[in-house]
Design a protein around this ligand. Structure first.
Ligand code: FES
Length: 134
């Protein structure tokens, strides 16, 4: 099984391609939460709908609701995720909402059977361990 936090390059401040995991594993759910080493507000939703992977920030731009728990529906050819807290919806591809809010989206690529997301910090399918720096 592939490591969840491998990356190209070593500068964690830059946006780099982060290995998430194998396509075969990640394509069996329409949406899953990907943890960021940068913390809760930087976690990512990885969508797999209609044979495509898409990624956006996991916490809703409105008030931080859990977009990974939202319904994903297609209307007029546009895939949208609806936030479970106040029902604002966001275009899965662009992050735009008809409310005027903009959810940050991330580039995704599939290479050699693995899914990568471009992000500033390492990403993982499992939470990063809490570290004490005192
Ligand atoms: S927190 Fe998502 S719509 Fe309000």
């Amino acid at each position: 099984m592939a490591s969840s936090n491998a990356e190209y390059g070593s500068d964690s401040a830059a946006e780099l391609w982060r290995l998430i995991g194998p396509v075969t594993e990640l394509s069996n759910k329409p949406c899953r939460l990907i943890y960021s080493e940068l913390g809760y507000d930087s976690d990512v939703c990885l969508f797999h709908t209609k044979g495509e992977f898409r990624a956006m920030d996991a916490r809703c731009a409105h008030s931080g609701g859990p977009l990974c728990e939202g319904d994903i529906e297609e209307a007029d050819g546009v895939l949208r995720v609806t936030c479970p807290w106040h029902d604002y919806d966001f275009n899965v591809r662009t992050g735009a909402s008809e409310t005027g809010l903009q959810q940050r989206v991330h580039e995704v690529k599939v290479e050699d059977g693995s899914v990568f997301v471009k992000h500033q910090g390492q990403l993982s399918l499992k939470p990063f361990p809490v570290t004490s720096e005192d």
